[in-house]
Design a protein around this ligand. Structure first.
Ligand code: T46
Length: 135
């Protein structure tokens, strides 16, 4: 079955000590983690992303604020996903052009990735991305 971008509800338990969130890879999130990275201190008016991946799958969380992520399938469909809670994560399959907008300098974008860093997996030119999706 083709994988689609989707918001995943992250389980949480709240008690008088605060909140704990948890999820498990391969059971609830259908890939194995090979890499974790996080993006912080993004100033207003600076977007990140503007590229697609050929194979990489990712799970993205916004810690301490809001991140809006636009995903474009290169076939005429664009969707904006809003991460505004620790109880939500965005699953991003391979093959989507992404643009990330950070709501504040304080928010941290935490990413769990299915592969190690490989610049050859990136498509950083939008025209190339459209051609890649057509082929
Ligand atoms: C993505 C979005 C959400 C590395 O050397 N190793 C790494 O694991 C990563 C993620 C990046 N880098 C280097 C590559 C560039 O020289 O860090 C520099 C900045 O990366 P980039 O311009 O790709 O950053 P973003 O924020 O535009 O994109 C990142 C991820 O690269 C990308 O996979 O989906 O976050």
């Amino acid at each position: 079955m083709e994988k689609k971008p989707q918001i995943i509800d992250i389980k949480n338990i709240v008690d008088e000590r605060g909140q704990i969130n948890f999820f498990e890879f391969e059971q609830e999130i259908s890939f194995k983690i090979e890499r974790v990275y996080y993006i912080s201190q993004v100033l207003p008016n600076f977007d990140r992303g503007h590229h697609a991946h050929k194979k990489l799958q990712q799970l993205i969380l916004a810690i301490g604020g809001i991140i809006e992520i636009e995903l474009d399938d290169g076939l005429g469909n664009k969707n904006i996903f809003k991460l505004d809670s620790l109880n939500k994560a965005l699953f991003v399959p391979a093959g989507y052009w992404r643009v990330l907008k950070f709501g504040s300098k304080e928010v941290v974008c935490m990413v769990f990735a299915s592969q190690k860093y490989d610049e050859n997996d990136y498509i950083r030119n939008y025209q190339e991305f459209l051609e890649y999706k057509k082929s």
